[in-house]
Design a protein around this ligand. Structure first.
Ligand SMILES: [Zn+2]
Length: 322
């Protein structure tokens, strides 16, 4: 690549307003299927060049968008990693609420949803579920015909979305018996974020996340006491979600500028309590010296020419390491 190319690129980038050069990532939900008022269902918003891309739509995603003052109507595209319920239970709410004549609503276009096999059934099922609602609201002038449609798109490995310089690439990960399960990488003006989806060690992820600016990774942990007392129970989960040691190995291999954990699974059984977040941090820190954070709902991260920075919603709920 010539020096002239880099000179032209740097001139183009320096002429762009700061916000246009950013990728902003917001954790809308960092939880699992387990009901938790602090960790809603899995969902991550990625904003770049004016586009709002939603990765997974778990329980409460619309509430979290509202809290972050992102109008539901402005979601441009939805990407589902896999068909576990905790990644899609918020989709009917988003679909039904975005067209309404509210401050968050007035969506006037169909909702584009990318997902693995089953995405067509999800789209058709939601449209069917709300068919009478839509008839009533169309009659009452509270929605528009176009906004009653979901357009499903089948995901396969490779580039699945490309618009105005924002590119989304899907890759297969290793979520045990859950096949297919995808991770996604978003690229924009030389900046990048990888969302692992639910996975344990996966060769594709190691490749896609190598040197990425921001890696959002799933993690699961049972306390040492639980691992000792119930190894079969815990190891079953570790076969499809990375434990802290596997996650640390992934970070050591890929060396992201910042890693953030989401889909935080803290296992308990009987009288043995859940591992704490402090234990999770300690076990990752035992073998990983780089920068990482335990994600909290509503945390944002900005990837800009200045680096990768956290933009917390509530500083008291934030845990950054180091
Ligand atoms: Zn899953």
């Amino acid at each position: 690549m010539s020096r002239l190319f880099f000179l032209i690129m740097s001139l183009v980038l320096s002429a762009m307003p700061a916000a246009a050069q950013e990728i902003r990532v917001t954790l809308l939900g960092t939880g699992t299927p387990i009901l938790n008022v602090n960790r809603f269902g899995m969902s991550t918003l990625v904003e770049a060049n004016g586009q709002k891309l939603l990765f997974d739509v778990g329980r409460g995603a619309s509430i979290r968008l509202h809290q972050r003052r992102v109008a539901l109507r402005d979601v441009n595209a939805v990407f589902i990693t896999h068909m576990h319920s905790d990644h899609i239970t918020g989709l009917p709410d988003l679909y039904a609420s975005a067209p309404l004549p509210t401050d968050d609503g007035r969506r006037a276009t169909p909702l584009d949803v990318w997902g693995p096999v089953g995405v067509k059934d999800v789209a058709a099922g939601i449209e069917l579920m709300f068919s009478e609602n839509n008839r009533i609201r169309l009659t009452g002038g509270e929605t528009r015909e176009a906004a009653t449609k979901i357009i499903p798109h089948d995901v396969a490995e490779g580039v699945v979305y490309e618009k105005d310089g924002v590119k989304v690439t899907a890759f297969l990960v290793n979520h045990g018996h859950v096949k297919p399960a995808y991770g996604y990488r978003v690229d924009y003006v030389g900046r990048s974020v990888v969302l692992s989806g639910d996975t344990t060690l996966a060769p594709n992820l190691l490749k896609e996340a190598k040197g990425v600016d921001l890696l959002i990774h799933s993690v699961a942990i049972g306390s040492r006491a639980l691992e000792k007392a119930e190894p079969e129970y815990v190891n079953h989960f570790y076969e499809y979600l990375a434990n802290p040691e596997t996650a640390a190995a992934v970070l050591n291999e890929t060396k992201p500028r910042l890693a953030v954990f989401s889909h935080i699974s803290l296992y308990s059984r009987g009288a043995i309590p859940r591992a704490t977040e402090a234990e999770l941090v300690a076990r990752i820190r035992a073998t990983y010296a780089g920068k990482f954070a335990i994600g909290q709902d509503l945390m944002s991260f900005v990837i800009s020419p200045d680096g990768v920075k956290a933009d917390p919603y509530d500083p008291d709920a934030r845990h950054m390491e180091p």
